[in-house]
Design a protein around this ligand. Structure first.
Ligand SMILES: Cc1ncc(COP(=O)(O)O)c(C=O)c1O
Length: 378
């Protein structure tokens, strides 16, 4: 980049998403309602990603492309993990998929049968249960416990995993913003190994960790599929690209057979490949500054929430998703009347009084959001 970027100004830009048919905004564009739902950001990606897409788009033949022959493809992911987390990934363990949910569908079909149990830790990202149910498997829930910090009830977890074929870990956790520490992960993997239960570790938000150290399940030896993506940290979810990291050689063949043979998930969108390479090669400064910006948003929310009665949260350690509890029923309805569209907590499990709110928005807009919340509870 020729000019140094003032990142605060960069993220302060407010950009209408009108005309892009944004999943989050499309129904609210002509209203006073601010949608704070779907997990993408109202903040721009890095210039290098846009330039890479433009460069590729300028070559006006968009035919099938062999991403695996592009020497920069896997290399960019390997060097990113090595540089940022000190993790070594072998090239042979990386498998492309068009998104994490399609990867999860492939894994469920490759490693479980109709009628099998799949364990999740609720409240959790609602699409896990959705994919499990639509694959004719059973959702088994182990509830996370609020003891001032989020904790796992290991007795319950072990009881449930005994009867399950697969366990889906959300790490970091959406919607609770938990960063699982190594001790907890050691215990989870140990229990899963004891009952020979495969783990699907959804690490979609792994690059969005504020202060704690992130531990990836890539570092463990068990039947594990780790899902990673540029979607969340670089706001590229619409480009539809993800990677599975499968260290255990014994399960790779079966995954590939289902993912590429049965579901034909091997063809990447040509623009997304260039975007991924640019994001991983040039995204460090962007991500460091994005985290500072998001952290300021989170801390501002914390100040406001602490000053209010009847509202509480546990400050998220990662992601840009807030899980907020109110002292009245169906807060999403009162918030909507006040001009805020949020996800009801009941989407994520059997919980009341809670909502999920996406705070990856320009700071000035966040102030409006928090003023509206203040008005609702006063
Ligand atoms: C934890 C988690 N996993 C997966 C997804 C979806 O990923 P993809 O769009 O790659 O299917 C999301 C999106 O919100 C998410 O939060």
């Amino acid at each position: 980049m020729a000019n140094k970027i003032d990142w605060t100004k960069y993220f302060d830009q407010t950009k209408s998403r009108e005309g892009t048919y944004s999943y989050k905004w499309v129904d609210y564009e002509k209203t006073d309602i601010i949608p704070l739902t779907v997990a993408d950001m109202d903040l721009p990606t890095l210039p290098e990603v846009t330039e890479a897409i433009k460069r590729r788009a300028d070559h006006n033949i968009y035919g099938y492309s062999m991403r695996s022959k592009n020497p920069n493809y896997k290399k960019s992911l390997i060097t990113w993990y090595n540089r940022r987390y000190g993790i070594n990934i072998d090239e042979s363990s990386i498998f492309f998929t068009p998104g994490i949910l399609s990867m999860l569908t492939y894994a469920i079909h490759a490693f479980t049968e109709a009628g099998d149990n799949i364990l999740i830790q609720t409240p959790v990202y609602d699409q896990f249960a959705n994919v499990i149910k639509h694959s004719d498997r059973n959702v088994v829930e182990s509830k996370l416990v609020n003891n001032g910090k989020w904790e796992i009830d290991f007795l319950d977890f072990e009881e449930k995993i005994k009867k399950s074929k697969m366990f889906i870990l959300c790490s970091p956790h959406n919607p609770l913003g938990i960063v699982w520490d190594r001790k907890t992960l050691d215990k989870l993997v140990e229990i899963a190994s004891k009952y020979d239960c495969m783990i699907f570790s959804d690490e979609a938000h792994s690059d969005l960790v504020y202060d704690k150290k992130f531990t990836s399940l890539i570092e463990y030896n068990h039947k594990i599929i780790v899902a990673t993506t540029i979607g969340k940290p670089f706001n590229c979810s619409g480009l539809v690209i993800a990677n599975a990291i499968i260290k255990d050689e014994s399960i790779r063949k079966q995954f590939v057979s289902v993912a590429y043979g049965k579901f034909h998930g091997m063809m990447a969108n040509v623009l997304s490949v260039d975007a991924m390479i640019a994001a991983y090669n040039y995204g460090d400064e962007y991500l460091d500054n994005l985290l500072l910006y998001l952290k300021r948003n989170r801390d501002y929310m914390d100040d406001v929430i602490s000053s209010l009665n009847g509202v509480s949260w546990i400050k998220p350690e990662a992601t840009y998703l807030a899980w907020i509890k109110f002292d009245f029923d169906k807060p999403e309805e009162r918030l909507l009347k006040a001009g805020l569209k949020v996800n009801p907590g009941s989407n994520y499990g059997d919980v009341e009084h809670c909502i999920r709110l996406n705070y990856a928005i320009p700071f000035e807009l966040l102030k409006v959001v928090m003023d509206r919340i203040r008005d609702v509870v006063k």
